[in-house]
Each structure stands twice: as structure tokens, then as C-alpha cells.
Design a protein around this ligand. Structure first.
Ligand SMILES: [Zn+2]
Length: 225
């Protein structure tokens, strides 16, 4: 009688399916953490208006000056810049730092256009900032527009979500959440395998072995696997 030629099944502690599931969860959490971080942080910053929470900078660029206001939370960074032609305002007081280098990230900057400009930019994400967006004003009469910074409404809640990817942050967050998810899945699998082995069951399909059985009759896994 010909027995079915089946390769003996192997019990792996990490499967392709676990990796794929972890990656999908990682992407969802990395992307999903952006609107959540923006929502929580915008409310926190609005409610908590201590002057100490705001950093102020002043950059003298010769033909124009830049006034910069910065606030942040562990998962959010808010930058406001006013760019004004030389001589429009007096020099600012001692509560403005005068850094040698522009402290703003690239998405919070914009080239001088010869007009008064305002740039309000936000970035959000956890553990790294993963997306940015900004609202701009330029010229006289003033023109207003947004870049990658839509308003999101969810029932009675409305807030602004930065949606332009900051790739290193987004990829880093995806790796972070993927690793945590995979770690949890592997942990659960290891515990399940131990429990099944201790009970004398097949570690792959939980079939109860009899005495002296060399392979699982259900899935073909060797009893010693
Ligand atoms: Zn089995």
C-alpha cells in the first residue's frame, strides 16, 4: 500500500505569516500614530499655555528678520515663523534666543520672498516625528494656503493632521511597531509550544499523541520536533 509521500512538517517559531501580519500592524500603527499624536498634542498645547513651554528665537538675516516660536510634546513639534523685511519691527527683547544656526527643521522653513510671511508648521508621530504639514501666509494683500495640513473632523472633534511623510521617522516607527508586534507573536507562540509539549500534544496542531508515536497523524510533525 503506497503511503502518501509527505514531507515531514516543521514547526517554526517565526513564520512568514507572522512577519507579514507584524509588518501590516507596524504600518497601520506608524501611520495611525500621526493623527492621534496631533490630536492629543494640539489639545494639550492649547490647554497648557505656560510661557516656559514656548521657545523663542530671532534670526537676523540682514535684509529680513525671522521670529520663531516653538512648542512641542514628546510626539509633536509646532513651529511658527514670522518673516519680516528689515526695519519693520524693533529688535526683540532678551526672551528671544539668538542662535547662530536656524533651529527649525527643513519643513518649517521657506525662502524669503521680499514680503511679510508666516509659516505655521507641525509635525507629529511617535516615537519619531513621521509627518509634517504647514499653513502659509505671504504677500500684501496676504495670500493664505495650506500644504499637507488638512483639517480632520470626527463627530464633534476637529483637528489638523500633518500628512507629508518624514520618511526616516515613518520608516523608523514602522520598524519599531513591527518589531514589537513580532516579538509579542513569537512570545505567544513559544508559550503555546511549551504548554503543548508539556502536555504531550503536537506542538503544531495540538493533537494528542499516544504512546510510542513517532509523528503526528494529523499534521505529520515528528513527535520529537
Ligand atoms: Zn500535529
Amino acid at each position: 500500500m503506497a503511503r502518501s509521500e509527505r514531507k515531514p512538517a516543521k514547526h517554526r517559531i517565526v513564520t512568514v505569516r507572522m512577519v507579514v501580519v507584524s509588518l501590516v500592524v507596524g504600518v497601520v500603527l506608524a501611520v495611525g500614530s500621526v493623527p492621534v499624536a496631533a490630536f492629543v498634542s494640539q489639545r494639550v498645547l492649547r490647554a497648557w499655555k505656560s510661557p516656559a513651554s514656548q521657545k523663542q528665537y530671532w534670526l537676523d538675516k540682514g535684509d529680513h528678520q525671522i521670529y520663531i516660536f516653538h512648542r512641542d510634546t514628546p510626539c509633536y513639534a509646532h513651529w511658527e515663523s514670522s518673516i519680516v523685511p528689515d526695519g519693520m519691527y524693533d529688535s526683540p527683547g532678551p526672551d528671544f534666543q539668538r542662535p547662530r544656526r536656524d533651529p527649525r527643521p527643513p519643513y518649517a522653513r521657506r525662502a524669503y520672498t521680499g514680503h511679510v510671511q508666516s509659516i505655521v508648521s507641525s509635525s507629529a508621530g511617535w516615537p519619531c516625528l513621521a509627518a509634517s504639514g504647514r499653513a502659509l501666509m505671504d504677500g500684501t494683500p496676504a495670500r493664505f494656503w495650506d500644504e499637507w495640513f488638512p483639517s480632520v473632523t470626527l463627530g464633534p472633534l476637529a483637528w489638523r493632521v500633518p500628512v507629508r511623510p518624514i520618511w526616516p521617522g515613518l520608516i523608523g516607527n514602522t520598524a519599531f511597531y513591527t518589531a514589537i508586534t513580532l516579538g509579542l507573536l513569537v512570545g505567544v507562540r513559544v508559550l503555546r509550544t511549551r504548554r503543548r509539549r508539556a502536555r504531550g500534544r503536537c506542538v503544531a496542531c495540538n493533537y494528542e499523541f499516544g504512546e510510542g508515536v513517532s509523528a503526528c497523524p494529523e499534521c505529520g510533525l515528528a513527535a520529537t520536533a
